[in-house]
Design a protein around this ligand. Sequence first.
Ligand code: CTP
Length: 413
Amino acid sequence: MDTNLTQTSSAQSRRILLGISGGIAAYKTAELVRHFKKAGAEVKVVMTPDATRFVTPLTLGTLSENEVHIEIFPENEAGSWTKHVSLGLWADLFIVAPATAQTLSKLVNGACDNMLTAVALTARCPVLVCPAMDHDMYIHPSVVANLDTLRARGVEVMEAEHGALASGLIGQGRLPEPIHIFETACGILEKRAASRTGSLQGKKVLVTAGPTREAIDPVRYISNHSTGTMGYEIARSAARRGADVVLVSGPTALATPENVRRIDVESTQQMYDAVQSHADADVVVMVAAVADFTPEMPSDSKIKKDGTARALALKPTIDILGALGSQKRPSQLLIGFALETDNGESNARSKLERKNLDWIVLNNPKEKGAGFGTTTNKVTLLGTSGAKVELPLMSKDEVAEAILETTLGKANR
Ligand code: CTP
């Protein structure tokens, strides 16, 4: 069956975390993944070890186009044990389908013995549970009580369907058809989008990203290794929360995120001018790796070599964020970034104060998986009044989500 247009738009660009536990209906989840992918959602899959006996991680990895997670402590992957936290923060919706009696019991009791149950404890998003098992198990008082407990905690439970079961019996316990799970999930996502849109609706968010380039002559420039990924992910996350997002971007190779207005600039002066014309933003996130110096006398013509040594005179660039800080309105939220290799926390805190910021995001390019040109980042958020939030190593889209989550507060989810 084809997905209709409304469902497509409510699932589009949404992050679906699918938890599969070990029941025969696990084979149906391949089709569920396809519905979400077709609707433009991003899908990540976690499986219990038993689920892999019914459907292969290879199938789900191929369909979801993402790595499938099974164990909390994957072998030979030093440093990735916090994946259960980052996956939980990443998701817009966590679906457990099929949810076996065993997994239901673990969810109720807060057990944490595999990736699925660990993620269930860290997920801050809505959770949809789709139980599937044999009829007698489904109506057993312990299973009924577990489902009631989950409902009482705000978990959405999709009733199992009546029909022929794998045991040969006929009764209630069948996993609903994947299209029906997809439709229910879309309804939850719509409700969530409405509450998120409310929280940032009418809010303007200004994000800067990428490097700046300072011309030496018409063919040469001074710049840095920034690819713009972190800033683009923040712009994307803000747009997904319904904000009116302006992205002032230095030169990058990245595509403009959906529902984001992008202004391309090259030099620090151009970035300053673009930022100033949107300084009325409610939230400013200054991620750009701005050049601190610019040639004092850029040449109009290409400088020719003459066999002698040359010195390049540089002057400081304008501090874009510093200027915003000095003109900051009380209701405005100003967030800066600090890239520090030494004395990170004290340097970042002094920038926080000097530039009159609300938060500063500290990272160290020397740390494994952090900084320029990586798909991951490891940051610490420092706020006024001594606030400090250390985030684990996560993908940059997860970091973006966590930065907004922390700095905007839970009310804006
Ligand atoms: N920034 C800015 N304008 C500049 C330089 C930096 O707006 N000319 C912003 C960056 O986008 C970042 C924050 O200021 O959000 C911190 O940048 P960083 O270069 O790390 O700090 P500086 O204040 O330039 O200090 P230093 O170079 O001594 O580390």
